[in-house]
Design a binder for this molecule. Structure first.
Ligand code: SF4
Length: 344
């Protein structure tokens, strides 16, 4: 595509946002920013990046921290597996690479939580290695430029977009080239109402020519999220509460929560209340409004049941730990409960 790199790089120089991870070649900071931004908007991720940069100025500082501390610093950002993987990978960099971030694509990709996209981003931004980056923004820009009908969420689509991105990169400087396309997708060629009137690529854009912009990129279909119904039990004897640590391998693994029971769809509040009284032999004093929490693959509908005493000891679960209510702040908890406690 004629002059693509020159046009996009020129646009980038004039329009790029000033972001702290852009003015560095420090691979550790670039990695940190990429993991934080994986499922998070720049505005929200920025403060977390600054917090991690400040609390853990080197990969060794991160490796030496406790997982509980790292999760607590991550609190509010969601998708906690990112923080667990980050911490795990920091330990590998500290022990196997003597604290020096690996500089080859293959070594970077071996780190936990790092896939093709993230490895390409780190390798190109930090080390100027010739790896084309394909993220959601790049998919959109390329699907419009070349008017690609193949859905992006298919194996065939991935191959086509990888190949287009590689061809466009060619021998151009990888760091600026990749960052320019990503930023162009984030700010200019946006999902709705892209700025075609003043687009430097308009003469080359096939979707503009074919009037198919709103249909690009194509997706095969959305995953139907699963509904789940959570009932958290806030037992409080006036001083202490019960927490339990999530050990299941899921997005909340290693976080703490109030003891939880899950019900099926359609169970009424009265039915749940009777079930709780039957099980714990004490009556809840109140129940919260429903809290809705939307994740990629599931929609959680939660209630928090409040009790002003503990059940008899023989009814305690072995996973429960008694915690002073004032110490709750030291325990990383899911965002859903964090929101509940803030509003309580
Ligand atoms: S002309 Fe419009 S759709 Fe095409 S690249 Fe430019 S902003 Fe995107």
């Amino acid at each position: 595509m004629a002059d693509f790199h020159l046009l996009i790089a020129d646009w980038y120089r004039q329009n790029a946002r000033t972001l702290p991870w852009r003015n560095t070649k420090n691979a550790y900071f670039i990695w940190l920013s990429e993991i934080i931004l994986q499922q998070t908007r720049v505005n929200q991720g920025l403060n977390y990046f600054l917090k991690f940069q400040n609390n853990y100025p080197t990969v060794k500082h991160l490796a030496d921290a406790s997982e509980q501390q790292v999760l607590a610093d991550w609190q509010g950002l969601g998708y906690y597996s990112r923080a667990r993987n980050l911490h795990f990978a920091a330990k590998i960099v500290a022990s196997e690479f003597d604290g020096v971030f690996p500089s080859s694509f293959d070594e970077i990709k071996k780190l936990k939580g790092v896939g093709d996209y993230t490895a390409s981003a780190i390798a190109s931004f930090a080390f100027d290695l010739p790896h084309a980056v394909v993220d959601g923004n790049v998919f959109r820009v390329l699907s419009r430029l070349y008017d690609v009908e193949t859905p992006i969420d298919t194996n065939e689509g991935k191959k086509i977009f990888d190949s287009l991105a590689k061809d466009l990169l060619g021998n151009n400087p990888p760091a600026i080239h990749n960052q320019a396309i990503m930023e162009f997708g984030a700010l200019h060629c946006v999902p709705a109402n892209p700025n075609c009137e003043i687009c430097p690529l308009v003469s080359q854009c096939l979707a503009f020519k074919n009037k198919t912009i709103s249909e690009r990129p194509q997706k095969r279909g959305k995953i139907v999220p699963k509904n789940r119904y959570f009932h958290f039990l806030q037992f409080n004897d006036g001083k202490n509460i019960f927490l339990e640590k999530r050990i299941n391998k899921d997005i909340w693994q290693h976080l703490f929560q109030f003891p939880l029971i899950e019900s099926g769809e359609g169970a009424t509040i009265e039915e749940i209340k009777s079930r709780l009284i039957e099980k714990y032999k004490i009556t809840p004093i109140s129940v919260s409004n429903q809290i809705k929490h939307i994740l990629t693959h599931q929609r959680i509908y939660a209630h928090v049941w409040r009790f002003n005493s503990f059940p008899n000891e023989d009814l305690w679960d072995e996973n429960w730990i008694k915690v002073d209510s004032n110490d709750l702040i030291n325990y990383p908890i899911p965002r859903l409960l964090d929101r509940y406690l803030l509003e309580e």
